[in-house]
Design a protein around this ligand. Structure first.
Ligand code: TXA
Ligand code: MG
Length: 346
């Protein structure tokens, strides 16, 4: 177990600058630093240092064939690590810095440890200014997966990271709550074509305004037995609380009746928006408030709620199928994985 420094960012710019420098030095020297981004917290290491990048897999308990995203502070740096193309620069002009990761052919300087043995590399420039300042201070590209133990929901606040990574990372930088709450959109470029590997804050609708997008089948779970998703990480069970989670597709009355029936044979929990709670309050089940009724708010709090679910001692938690437009596709995709694809149509 290593000693883990925890540093909290504040409104004191000079103090924050010291924290970026301290974290940057640890990264440059081969250590692990967890840091906030606009999507989720990342667990960073120097992407050009094989032994540093290997530490990430050990700290997370992550399979070594699951590649890492390389985080940069500037779009101009992308060319050093991958073979960029016209469509990359069009995406960059529209959405970078921001919650978009682009997969392109890698250059030789990127170790295969980082790319899980693939000949492509994923790059992203976060819009979170603390993340960019840290990468800038490190002076090296930063390989960073989400800062959770493999299989657990991605961390969206420092408390989650402290829970998962104390003793495993050299430093945790606390930058408060992540704005978006689900991981970045991942797009793979192949010629002029975009393949959406993971939906996120840069939505399918936004990408379609730039060019033609095809969806990897893994996103909505239509992958058949033995088929491999293009993003290796999409094949693993994920975001999974110990409590069973099931998605329900139906209208309010059907869902209420179903939950009532289930409550006679198991301890039932339900994740609902605040304005829906009253309707279900007569049932003898555990109701958990998702907050304001909007898909953005649901994206923002989903992972925290998936962590919270295990504290209620329920057998099964039920959650409604979200609206799949905009960032809703990302919420639906993460929920599918959290519930191991158990969806009940009512
Ligand atoms: O928002 C995010 O992207 C966060 C923050 C920290 O930036 N990071 C993140 O990393 O979610 P991670 O490791 O949890 O997810 C990375 C995903 C995995 O599914 C991985 O398989 C895929 O990206 N990936 C990485 N490199 C790839 C490549 N060369 N080809 C295809 N998929 C790749
Ligand atoms: Mg992850």
């Amino acid at each position: 177990m290593m000693n883990t420094l925890v540093r909290k960012l504040t409104h004191d710019a000079a103090e924050n600058e010291r924290i970026y420098k301290e974290g940057g030095k640890i990264l440059r020297e081969g250590g692990l630093v967890a840091f906030p981004t606009e999507t989720v917290y990342g667990l960073g290491a120097n992407a050009l240092d094989v032994s540093a990048a290997s530490k990430i897999y050990a700290a997370k308990g992550r399979p070594s064939d699951n590649p890492l995203i390389v985080h940069l502070s500037r779009v101009d740096d992308a060319e050093k690590y991958c073979v960029t193309s016209d469509i990359f620069y069009r995406l960059a002009a529209a959405f970078m810095p921001g919650p978009l990761t682009v997969v392109m052919p890698k250059r030789d300087c990127v170790p295969s440890t980082v790319t899980g043995g693939l000949d492509s590399v994923a790059v992203r420039i976060p819009s979170n200014e603390h993340a960019r300042s840290l990468i800038e201070a490190a002076g090296v590209p930063v390989a960073a997966p989400s800062a959770n133990i493999s299989g657990r929901p991605s961390p969206t606040c420092a408390e989650h990271v402290i829970f998962d990574m104390t003793g495993r990372a050299d430093m945790i930088i606390d930058g408060g709550d992540c704005d978006i709450g689900v991981e970045s959109t991942i797009v793979k470029l192949s010629g002029d074509e975009m393949i959406l590997l993971r939906p996120g804050g840069v939505t399918l609708e936004m990408l379609s305004a730039i060019g033609d997008v095809t969806l990897d089948k893994a996103i909505t779970g239509s992958l058949s037995e033995g088929e491999r998703p293009l993003a290796p990480g999409m094949k693993y069970r994920h975001y999974a609380p110990s409590t069973r989670v099931v998605m329900l597709d139906g209208d309010g009355a059907d869902i209420k009746k179903y939950l009532w029936e289930r409550s006679k044979c198991e301890r039932v929990g339900a994740l609902l928006f605040e304005d829906e709670l009253a309707y279900y309050s007569e049932l003898d089940i555990t109701l958990v408030d998702l907050g304001e009724h909007s898909i953005e708010a649901e994206a923002h709090s989903l992972f925290a709620k998936l962590r919270e679910i295990d504290t209620y001692n329920c057998d099964t938690f039920y959650v409604k199928v979200p609206d799949k437009t905009g960032i809703g596709l990302a919420v639906y995709n993460r929920m599918l994985k959290a519930c191991g694809h158990e969806v009940v149509t009512l």
